[in-house]
Design a protein. Structure first.
Ligand SMILES: *Cc1c(COP(=O)(O)O)cnc(C)c1O
Length: 369
């Protein structure tokens, strides 16, 4: 599904020397590369603050902790997402309220979102799934009307952009009150282990986020709030400084591979290609097809038989997971989420795809009868 090896080979001297620099100083925690990386992140994203942490799940948790919510407050999430999004909500004894997604973009449905708001709703966590931004303009409007916090789960779409109706463009993760992202190796910007970051333009939130990620202290050994220990290692920051320089090139490579798939599969009878939205540039962290006629699983086995990997993101809706079904009434179903869990199939996409590989995959797909 991914080819991190070939990607590494191309930037090996730069990466190795960046890691060697860390080894030579032995500043493994809070080394200067971490500060450099945070500065590079603010430059790249246009966010006022970027605060690194240990992983994308922690980033979501720290974001929620910074909002001073109370036990039992409701937080709206899409039902079609990775478990981490709802997990941290439940972990903080908040209530994850799962709503349906748009069947075209796989992102949270604006009309369903509106319907889910109650007096107890305090926040919304739109997830920018598979590389594509949620429809943030109406989401921010709803947030303003109902005085709700917006935390963007940008783990899968780092580097994507959203254009507002007035023509201004912002990067994903910098539109809501807080944005969170992950540097897990297979994400758009991936390190060589775990990593994450939070983004905000709010001075007070930024200070609080930094304190929470650091045991609730601003001055050493003075703990003013309950926090946690969530840091990005210096070695990972050193790797990320190098990889951020190549991010645009890597995003272009993903886009090129997606264009090839789009052209080859535009009229394919068994599958529908991902939808492009005018004001949103898709970064294709995944290239996800909708397979028709209930033949998804059959196609997946067919591909496997020809040596082509494919993945189902996600096979089971959140509310049908044992960990989450207590948050919904018995028999609860979100129709679009149900349909997507039955029909989506992601095919390989990464920064090192070439025409030979792409042709083999698309020819094989088209030979399915
Ligand atoms: C990967 C991912 C996360 C979590 O990131 P980790 O760094 O693995 O903790 C959260 N949300 C979504 C949508 C993700 O894809």
């Amino acid at each position: 599904m991914v080819d991190l090896f070939s990607q590494y080979q191309k930037i090996k001297p730069q990466i190795n020397s960046a890691i060697q620099d860390v080894l030579d100083t032995t500043d493994f925690i809070k080394g200067k590369q971490v500060v450099e990386f945070e500065n590079n992140l603010t430059k790249f994203t246009g966010s006022k603050y970027a605060i690194t942490c240990a992983n994308g799940t922690d980033a979501l948790q720290i974001a929620l902790m910074a909002l001073d919510l109370e036990i039992g407050d409701e937080v709206i999430v899409p039902g079609f997402t990775y478990a981490a999004t709802a997990e941290v909500i439940a972990l903080l004894r908040l209530i994850p309220v799962m709503v349906d997604v748009d069947p075209k973009t796989f992102n949270i449905s604006i009309s369903e979102l509106k319907r889910a708001i109650t007096k107890k709703t305090k926040a919304i966590v739109p997830v920018h799934l598979f590389g594509q931004c949620s429809d943030m303009e109406p989401i921010m409007k709803i947030a303003q009307e109902h005085k709700l916090w917006i935390i963007e789960d940008n783990a899968q779409s780092f580097g994507a952009e959203y254009m507002f109706s007035d023509g201004t463009t912002k990067q994903t993760g910098t539109i809501g009150h807080i944005g969170s992202t992950s540097f897990f190796p297979t994400k758009n910007l991936g390190c060589f282990g775990d990593g994450g970051a939070l983004f905000t333009n709010d001075d007070i939130l930024a200070e609080k986020i930094r304190m929470i990620a650091n045991h609730g202290q601003k001055i050493k050994y003075h703990h003013s709030i309950i926090g946690c220990n969530s840091r990005l290692d210096t070695i990972q920051a050193a790797v990320l400084n190098v990889k951020l320089e190549h991010l645009n090139e890597h995003l272009n490579a993903r886009k090129k591979a997606a264009d090839f798939y789009d052209n080859a599969l535009a009229n394919w009878q068994f599958g529908q290609i991902p939808q492009q939205i005018n004001n949103i540039n898709h970064t294709y962290n995944q290239y996800t097809l909708i397979i028709k006629n209930g033949r998804r699983d059959e196609l997946k086995s067919f591909l496997a038989g020809k040596g082509i990997p494919s993945m189902i993101y996600y096979p089971i809706p959140l509310y049908k997971q044992d960990a989450f079904n207590k948050y919904v009434p018995q028999g609860f179903e979100l129709p679009n989420t149900e349909q997507l869990c039955r029909s989506v199939l992601s095919v390989p996409i990464h920064t090192e795809m070439n025409e030979d590989i792409l042709l083999k995959i698309t020819d094989t797909l088209k030979s399915f009868k």
